[in-house]
Design a protein around this ligand. Structure first.
Ligand SMILES: [Zn+2]
Ligand SMILES: [Zn+2]
Ligand SMILES: [Zn+2]
Length: 153
């Protein structure tokens, strides 16, 4: 787990370096915290986690890095069940996110084909360039714990 987290930080730093964004001191700390987030988070939650590691790092630094990472496509903004949230996502290929309405965890998934979406928008006279799709549901762990739809026997 620690190793995966370090890999993740390295990948984020490489991506920022490749864009000529200078290495600054709090960056590594924030990236380290970000890499350890196991579910989508708000910028306030991320700031609180960062402050536990280094109380000198304020909201402005956290928010600025978050926006840089969004610009690089390494952090995505989800809408989720209740509030907006950010998620660290290193996937490059087209994909979607499903968020659990009970525990807040998120997973990625892909559609077998997006032809039915294309057909649906053709009915209103559009040609599709791209689409954004996000699912809110109940994850397997929460279903097993008795939440949401019935668990199949
Ligand atoms: Zn993603
Ligand atoms: Zn899609
Ligand atoms: Zn869940």
């Amino acid at each position: 787990m620690e190793e995966r987290r370090d890999d993740c930080v390295l990948e984020l730093e490489r991506a920022l370096d490749a864009r000529g964004l200078r290495q600054t001191m709090p960056r590594r700390t924030i990236l380290g915290v970000l890499a350890g987030m196991d579910r989508p988070f708000t910028s306030t939650e991320l700031t609180e986690h960062v402050a536990k590691v280094d109380p000198r790092i304020g909201r402005a630094s956290v928010y600025r890095l978050l926006q840089l990472l969004r610009g690089c496509g390494l952090v995505e903004r989800l809408h989720g069940p209740a509030t907006e949230a950010y998620v660290l996502c290193l996937l490059r290929d087209h994909h979607h996110h499903a968020t659990c309405s009970v525990c807040g965890r998120a997973e990625t998934f892909t559609l077998e084909d997006s032809a039915s979406i294309e057909r649906a928008v053709e009915r209103i006279g559009y040609t599709m360039e791209h689409h954004v799709l996000e699912v809110v549901g109940v994850c397997p762990a929460c279903r097993a714990a008795g939440h949401g739809a019935e668990v199949p026997q």
